[in-house]
Write a protein that binds this ligand. Structure first.
Ligand SMILES: Nc1ncnc2c1ncn2[C@@H]1O[C@H](COP(=O)(O)OP(=O)(O)OP(=O)(O)O)[C@@H](O)[C@H]1O
Ligand SMILES: [Mg+2]
Length: 434
């Protein structure tokens, strides 16, 4: 790693060694001395705000103003006036002439955060100032000049926003002269523990507590979590645990209280470098499909493991409840409902071997005295094709998620890893409205 890069990381407290993160930081250092507009793209909480700060501090503008504008937080009615200023009397309440950020930041840098949220009429003004350095105060017809370098950031899919008519294509290409992609935390697993340790130290100091430490299985667990809220979520997690937990050694069980196992969704990592493609979550079907396959594989692994254990250990010391459970697990679902559980049972015979029997369908599970063979048979049966219809499985998952969250659609959508809008659409599609 170049000393310049290490130096930047130290100055800004940036943790991580993942190549894509290093590339993003190096690109910022490279473009800093120019006046080129930069668009930073990345999911929420990935650290996009470091980039404009690095660019400003490494540019010849560093002694001039640096202004951060959160485009999503300013009401549509006042944003033009905030950015470009207004004349006295331009609108009700405009009791005096006011300078806008583009005038104040002359010679410096403006960071337009959440640029995808800019109203269309402001986008027109912004395009003009980017192309010619010219702007007019609201209510004025006098053209003014300014020299401002723009760095913008977004966590929305700009291609979609353009397609939907919410963002001007010409402005996008003007802002996007250089694009810097910040990788999601789940794409840089190796950085998760490093960040955990850094935050553990920071919060231990802040709250005057000993540092939290992950035990080795907890490291593995946290690294397999998808972190939808990225570094911000990890930071909040460590802060919360530092304050709330008494035990400083963090185990998997403790972590699971904060990031439950069912939130460890299999991750679909798109290896393309193009973030526009990466952030295109339109491919939900593919994601659901992957989730279903992974769950099925996990389940099959678990079944083989249990079967292996029972083979080695025998079933003599299993309770009735455990036997029932095994019967249920090793019986195809279709059959379970048809048989209403009553036709499958363990029979304790004299030599203490327990045979799993299906009295209605003796061809599936042999009635031999050798319980091991029975398990072989069961596995064969278990492997018969089950419904792989994506639609059926998708519908079931949606029903389960809605039930689990008592019909609360926002939580169900979160759990399913899809947007609320998509969930509404699917509820309609599958007639699940009531
Ligand atoms: N690599 C990192 N090292 C240390 N801290 C980090 C790193 N990346 C992000 N953070 C911290 O995570 C938090 C979120 O980062 P930031 O505010 O830059 O996110 P963002 O990408 O701008 O998200 P949003 O789109 O929601 O605004 C901040 O507290 C930031 O300091
Ligand atoms: Mg931000």
């Amino acid at each position: 790693m170049s000393s310049e890069l290490q130096n930047i990381k130290n100055r800004f407290g940036i943790i991580g060694n993942f190549p894509a993160l290093n590339r993003a930081l190096e690109k910022s250092i490279q473009v800093a001395p120019t006046d080129i507009s930069v668009l930073v793209i990345g999911e929420s909480g990935v650290g996009k705000e470091f980039i404009p700060k690095i660019i400003h501090s490494e540019s010849k503008r560093k002694h001039q103003p640096y202004i951060v504008v959160n485009c999503g937080a300013i009401p549509e009615g006042t944003i033009d006036s905030e950015l470009f200023g207004h004349e006295k009397g331009a609108f009700t309440g405009a009791t005096a002439t006011r300078k806008g950020y583009f005038e104040v930041a002359d010679g410096g840098t403006i960071f337009l955060d959440e640029v995808g949220e800019l109203p269309l009429q402001t986008q027109v003004r912004l395009l003009r100032v980017l192309e010619s350095g010219e702007f007019m105060k609201v209510g004025s017809s006098q053209v003014q000049k300014t020299n401002v370098r723009i760095v913008a950031a977004t966590n929305v899919n700009m291609m979609k926003a353009i397609h939907d008519g919410r963002f001007r294509e010409d402005l996008f290409y003007r802002l996007n002269t250089v694009q810097i992609d910040m990788p999601a935390l789940r794409e840089r697993k190796g950085d998760i523990h490093l960040l955990f340790r850094k935050f553990a130290i920071d919060f231990a100091e802040k709250y005057r507590m000993p540092e939290l430490e992950l035990d080795s299985s907890a490291v593995h667990y946290i690294e397999s979590y998808a972190f939808p809220g990225n570094v911000r979520q990890l930071r909040n997690l460590v802060e919360q645990m530092t304050v709330v937990e008494r035990e400083r050694n963090v185990t998997v069980a403790k972590l699971a209280e904060y990031i439950p196992m069912d939130a460890h969704l299999p991750m679909v990592v798109n290896h393309t470098q193009n973030h526009q493609k990466q952030s295109d979550f339109g491919n939900e079907r593919e994601i659901m499909y992957k989730i279903l396959f992974d769950m099925r594989n996990d389940l099959n692994d678990l079944k083989s493991l249990t079967s292996e254990l029972i083979k080695n250990r025998g079933t003599a010391d299993l309770s009735n409840q455990e036997k029932n459970l095994i019967n249920r697990i090793y019986t195809p679902e279709t059959q379970q409902t048809a048989n209403a559980n009553s036709l499958l049972y363990f029979e304790n015979n004299n030599n203490n071997n327990q045979n799993i029997q299906n009295v209605q369908n003796p061809t599936i599970i042999s009635n031999s005295d050798d319980s091991y063979e029975d398990f072989e048979d069961i596995e064969v049966e278990e492997n018969t094709p089950e419904s792989l219809s994506l639609q059926n499985n998708e519908k079931d998952l949606i029903i389960k998620a809605l039930e689990k969250h008592n019909g609360r659609r926002n939580r169900a959508a979160d759990e399913l890893g899809i947007s609320q809008r998509t969930l509404y659409r699917k509820i309609k599609q599958y007639n699940l409205e009531e």
